[in-house]
Design a protein around this ligand. Structure first.
Ligand SMILES: C[S@@+](CC[C@H](N)C(=O)[O-])C[C@H]1O[C@@H](n2cnc3c(N)ncnc32)[C@H](O)[C@@H]1O
Length: 212
């Protein structure tokens, strides 16, 4: 399928899923997001951008733990951003950005931490690379990318069969390539060096530091 058409189909799916997303993914996301919060080593006052923030679950957790953090949430889907606004209502404001992560409308070296949770398995290989370059661009030198997505093949070898079955049961056209993609190479190519890595249930977390 043509990649632009694919993106429109997927985007319609994301928009439609916004209201139901929370319930279906809660159990999967909770342990990974708790670990992510710990790995990010957040410091009050820092600027954090969550790329593909969805319904704002992660930003809500950050806001509750660190009321003074300067938070931005970016997502392609306005219905998801509407859910996120509702989800964080009554808490200190977050900057909501409706935009494609391939072209982040923020200045170079403006963020201390960029997080992204369960985005990459949704993206075609070339888009994964463009989004990575954008996340690296907006990070300050020494800033951190904190990444969570599905396990990849070989992360927990006994579970590879499960990862193979996933795209056959769900409409996830780019998952199969994601599962074997060289994320270490993708991040290194963008000037993001390895800092930490861990797995939590079906998720993997990677922390990368911007060189410089
Ligand atoms: C599986 S959801 C993850 C949402 C959230 N990070 C979480 O963990 O709950 C994927 C999200 O990626 C967003 N998305 C997909 N492609 C995008 C792109 N190119 N730019 C920005 N957001 C995108 C979708 O709108 C959706 O909110």
């Amino acid at each position: 399928m043509d990649a632009r058409f694919q993106k429109r189909v997927q985007r319609y799916g994301w928009d439609k899923a916004a209201a139901h997303y929370e319930r279906s993914w809660q159990a999967q996301l909770d342990p990974a997001q708790t670990a992510l919060l710990e790995m990010a080593g957040l410091v009050p006052g820092e600027r954090v951008l969550d790329v593909a923030c969805g319904t704002g679950r992660f930003l809500r957790a950050v806001r509750l733990a660190y009321p003074a953090m300067k938070l931005s949430g970016l997502d392609l889907s306005r219905p998801y951003l509407d859910e996120a606004r509702r989800h964080l209502k009554g808490l200190r404001p977050v900057e909501w950005i409706a935009a494609n992560a391939e072209s982040i409308p923020l200045p170079d070296a403006s963020q201390d931490i960029v997080t992204t949770v369960f985005l990459f398995h949704e993206l075609p290989p070339d888009v994964r690379r463009r989004v990575t370059a954008e996340m690296a661009r907006v990070l300050k030198p020494g800033g951190l990318l904190v990444f969570i997505d599905s396990l990849q093949m070989g992360d927990r070898p006994g579970w590879d069969g499960l990862l193979e079955a996933f795209p056959a049961r769900f409409h996830e056209p780019y998952y199969r390539h994601y599962a074997i993609d060289d994320l270490d190479g993708v991040f290194s190519e963008a000037g993001l060096e390895a800092a930490q890595q861990a797995t939590a249930f079906l998720a993997k977390m990677m922390v990368r530091r911007k060189v410089g």
